[in-house]
Design a protein around this ligand. Structure first.
Ligand code: SF4
Ligand code: SF4
Length: 261
């Protein structure tokens, strides 16, 4: 996707467009090549589970880590194949091999999404949307009328956004800080693990005295032990507290003191 193809028109949830993506279109799967897909934490959880891989294996085989200039935070992109067309590793002649677990960028397409929530002079907390008008995409004006809201729901993108909400908050918060404020390497590593490597975060929480240190309720700890989404959501709240001192965590002070000695 090239920036030149991004339409400057800002769309809202009620904006309308006409679109249909079908196998009989000449462009079928052309949008699955040479594309920059930033994976969200929930994308990674869904994809690694679909492929029956550990987080470590999935990250090593299918992704490339990058530092986002605007936030100085690590992001993960899907690694395209080294073929002539730089194809997505999951594209096949008859479509996406992991369709029901495809990443949110693919769900939104031909829309992109952004957020203005980091700007102090706006109360737009719902984000905004825009068209990615790539010349190869022949799906526009093909008969089905959608609002952005309907499209998100149809593609299950709204459910992904809800689960990723804490992660979006962290990115936006960091972007609102002065560019001169840098996170330490250790903070970036914690952000990486709690956001993208849920297996490593599970070990970090349950194979240490973390639960005692943060006085996590026993029932909650058990839920997080068994449920990756609950663990991920907790991790994002914890990061907000560790990185930005937002939210509430009660520390076991005597354990914390012992640890610092
Ligand atoms: S994950 Fe699926 S839908 Fe997304 S680019 Fe790859 S093949 Fe296409
Ligand atoms: S290029 Fe557009 S219409 Fe064609 S397959 Fe991709 S999303 Fe569908």
């Amino acid at each position: 996707m090239s920036m030149a193809n991004i339409s400057p028109v800002k769309l809202s949830l009620d904006s309308k467009f006409s679109f249909d993506c079908r196998k009989d279109l000449e462009c079928f799967t052309k949008c699955c090549r040479d594309i920059n897909i930033i994976l969200t934490p929930y994308d990674i959880i869904r994809m690694k589970n679909r492929l029956e891989l550990s987080s470590d294996e999935f990250l090593a085989i299918y992704t490339t880590p990058q530092l986002l200039d605007k936030t100085d935070l690590p992001v993960i992109t899907l690694k395209m194949l080294d073929d002539e067309e730089k194809s997505c590793p999951f594209v096949r002649e008859d479509g996406c091999l992991i369709y029901t677990d495809r990443p949110i960028t693919c769900r939104y397409y031909p829309l992109g999404s952004g957020t203005l929530a980091h700007k102090e002079d706006t109360d737009d907390q719902q984000g905004f949307f825009f068209f990615i008008n790539e010349p190869h995409c022949k799906g526009f004006d093909k008969g089905y009328d959608w609002t952005v809201r309907e499209w998100r729901k149809d593609q299950n993108a709204s459910a992904y956004d809800e689960i990723n909400a804490g992660w979006y908050d962290l990115m936006v918060m960091k972007r609102s800080f002065p560019p001169t404020m840098h996170l330490t390497e250790k903070a970036k590593k914690l952000f990486f693990i709690a956001s993208y490597n849920i297996d490593a975060f599970h070990r970090f929480v349950f194979e240490s005295d973390f639960i005692q240190l943060y006085t996590v309720d026993e029932n909650k700890a058990q839920e997080m032990r068994d449920d990756e989404i609950k663990l991920f959501t907790f991790g994002q709240e914890w990061l907000k507290w560790v990185l930005y001192k937002k939210g509430e965590f009660s520390l076991n002070t005597s354990l914390a003191e012992k640890r610092s000695k």
